[in-house]
Design a protein around this ligand. Structure first.
Ligand SMILES: NC(=O)c1ccc[n+]([C@@H]2O[C@H](COP(=O)([O-])OP(=O)(O)OC[C@H]3O[C@@H](n4cnc5c(N)ncnc54)[C@H](OP(=O)(O)O)[C@@H]3O)[C@@H](O)[C@H]2O)c1
Length: 314
């Protein structure tokens, strides 16, 4: 085998990919996941550790619009495979994205790759009554062509008195090995507090919420609370989402030019700067995926962070 040195970017991508097959980082590397964003992150800091010790890439691929004609399906599949090769091996979908079409498209790229991928899907709040979670999970698994999910999320909040049966149903799926972990989405601090009072709720692996340079709302309460309780946040719409994309901003373009990367990579490197946030940008083309993946090896300086704070005040 050749002894050639890897570039930092190659090393980062390989660390992220290996992070999925190695259950946990060494304590030394984990310690490198310094919070705050001003400390130089090591390549291994671009994974995020879930409460059960599993390391996942800090950057994944959102799949909301896939399989629904926004781009030709073969382009979307190629985009996802490009992401895999660059370490973006976490996929975020939902049973309700395009009425199941997102999951069906993913089944094509998962074939032969399943063990490399950290697969996230979601159940809707109107599906959780009775044995609804088990049925929704079975339907997602069938569409995805797999027999387990790495992470299953409740898509939107429900009243707190529904938390005990919710957790029990997730735990049952976990015991049956149909899911490896579970979590929630769009929960505020009060809902997280109520959730953690339920037996076994300490296994909640993440809260998926919106977070981007132009939507920093969670910094006030939710982000510090999750950090304190060692629950990673999964940031959706990390580029601002379709209608409020941040990438046209001149400050981002300037920083991108200085670092030799696209504005999108700067925006994503900012979202994942702490080591406790996973970003799941959606990209419908290999070119966009390549630009985004550069965030895994982009180290923003303290001066960059100050510039971004001025351009996008908290
Ligand atoms: N839990 C929830 O309630 C929830 C809600 C919303 C979203 N999500 C998840 O989060 C994922 C991402 O969120 P999102 O789709 O709302 O927002 P986003 O990732 O912030 O933005 C997606 C948009 O960015 C564009 N884009 C991606 N990379 C780009 C690049 N390098 N340069 C220029 N444009 C680029 C995409 O266009 P192209 O398609 O042309 O690449 C698309 O229009 C979703 O796919 C979904 O998995 C979850």
């Amino acid at each position: 085998m050749g002894e050639q040195l890897l570039s930092r970017r190659q090393f980062t991508a390989r660390c992220a990919a290996f992070g999925l097959s190695l259950p946990a980082l060494s304590p030394a590397l984990a310690a490198a996941q310094t919070l705050g964003g001003t400390t130089a992150p090591t390549p291994a800091a671009r994974t995020v550790r879930l409460p059960d010790g599993t390391a996942v890439p800090a950057l994944g691929q959102g799949c909301w619009h896939l399989g629904q004609g926004r781009h030709p399906p073969e382009v979307e599949e190629e985009a996802l495979r490009t992401g895999f090769s660059l370490g973006l091996t976490l996929l975020d979908t939902s049973g309700n994205y395009g009425g199941g079409r997102s999951e069906r498209l993913l089944s094509h790229v998962l074939a032969g790759q399943r063990e490399r991928i950290f697969l996230v899907s979601k159940v809707e709040r109107d599906e959780i009554g009775g044995d609804g979670i088990a049925r929704a999970c079975a339907a997602s698994l069938a569409r995805l062509g797999t027999d387990y999910l790495d992470l299953y999320l409740l898509h939107w909040d429900v009243p707190s008195d529904q938390f005990p049966p919710l957790v029990a149903a997730f735990e049952q799926l976990r015991r049956e090995r149909r899911i490896r972990a579970w979590g929630v989405s769009n929960f505020n601090v009060r809902q997280m507090q109520d959730l953690l009072r339920v037996p076994d709720a300490h296994r909640c692996a993440t809260n998926q919420v919106p977070y981007s340079l132009n939507n920093r709302r969670i910094e006030r309460e939710l982000l510090p609370w999750c950090r304190e309780h060692h629950i990673p946040v999964m940031a959706y719409s990390p580029l601002g989402g379709d209608n409020r994309l941040v990438i046209a901003d001149p400050t981002l373009a300037q920083l991108g030019a200085a670092h030799g990367c696209a504005a999108a990579a700067v925006a994503l490197a900012w979202v994942i700067r702490s080591g406790s946030v996973i970003a799941i940008p959606e990209a419908g083309s290999p070119a966009h995926v390549r630009e985004n993946a550069a965030a895994l090896s982009l180290q923003l300086t303290a001066a960059d962070l100050q510039t971004l704070d001025r351009a996008f005040p908290a």
